[in-house]
Design a binder for this molecule. Structure first.
Ligand code: DX5
Ligand code: ZN
Length: 219
């Protein structure tokens, strides 16, 4: 059975407290926090995502799954450590070399937080290989990062399959999280490819019944 991480990127500010409560009742496994710096991607979401993270920490015990789409990774790791996330994920495309990645991985772990590496649709999975032994999770982007509500890019399904095979053949204990355009209609494709955690924003938030949607997606 997969886990579900609901993205708050498409949650309106005036509906956020209701969404936090309803998604906890609906038993989402994580709240997915999409942090964008306006540089790595055009959108800027830090302020509202900090506000949402604060609310979540004050009223819920659902773990935070923080997805950093930023260039200055250390700056945003320090910001979001304040919200005691379960996991922080940063993009391999924002890293200059292995040393920098290893520093960040060690730093995040030393703060009692799991660490993930995110990879864009057009970045080859071999870019991750040397870092797989040190991380908990790979976040495979199934859309180009930057906004919610986009259609899933079909070619990323095969990428998940290949990554799953490489992780299993190497005996690494690394989870695969898929993120972007995941809906009830296509989630089986993503699960069958080997994803352990599905991120869904509009695929859940736009549903009448969150609990039903999450139960269906998790099956
Ligand atoms: C996109 C974000 C995704 C997105 C998912 O840059 O990383 O988490 O919000 O939203 P949907 O499920 O609507 O594509
Ligand atoms: Zn995301």
């Amino acid at each position: 059975m997969v886990e579900i991480s609901t993205s708050f990127l498409s949650v309106e500010k005036d509906k956020v407290m209701q969404a936090i409560y309803n998604l906890e009742v609906a038993k989402t496994d994580y709240y997915h926090i999409d942090v964008m710096d306006g540089k790595f991607v055009n959108a800027f979401t830090n302020e509202i995502m900090e506000e949402y993270s604060g609310y979540m920490k004050s009223v819920s015990t659902i773990p935070l799954d923080v997805h950093l789409m930023v260039n200055d990774i250390k700056k945003y790791v320090d910001i979001y450590l304040n919200y005691e996330p379960n996991i922080i994920t940063f993009h391999i495309e924002a890293i200059k070399n292995k040393d920098e990645a290893m520093q960040l991985i060690k730093y995040i772990k030393s703060n009692n937080c799991k660490v993930g590496l995110a990879i864009n649709p057009n970045t080859p999975i071999k870019k991750l290989y040397e870092l797989l032994p040190y991380i908990h999770l790979v976040l495979v982007m199934t859309v180009v990062p930057g906004e919610g509500g986009q259609p899933l890019i079909e070619s990323t399904i095969d990428k998940i399959k290949k990554l799953r095979a490489y992780i299993d053949d190497s005996n690494y204990d690394v989870y695969i999280e898929a993120d972007g355009g995941i809906k009830l209609e296509n989630c089986d494709l993503v699960k069958d490819a080997g994803a352990d955690i599905l991120v869904s924003g509009t695929g859940i938030i736009r549903q009448e019944n969150y609990a039903e949607a999450i139960k269906e997606m998790r099956k």
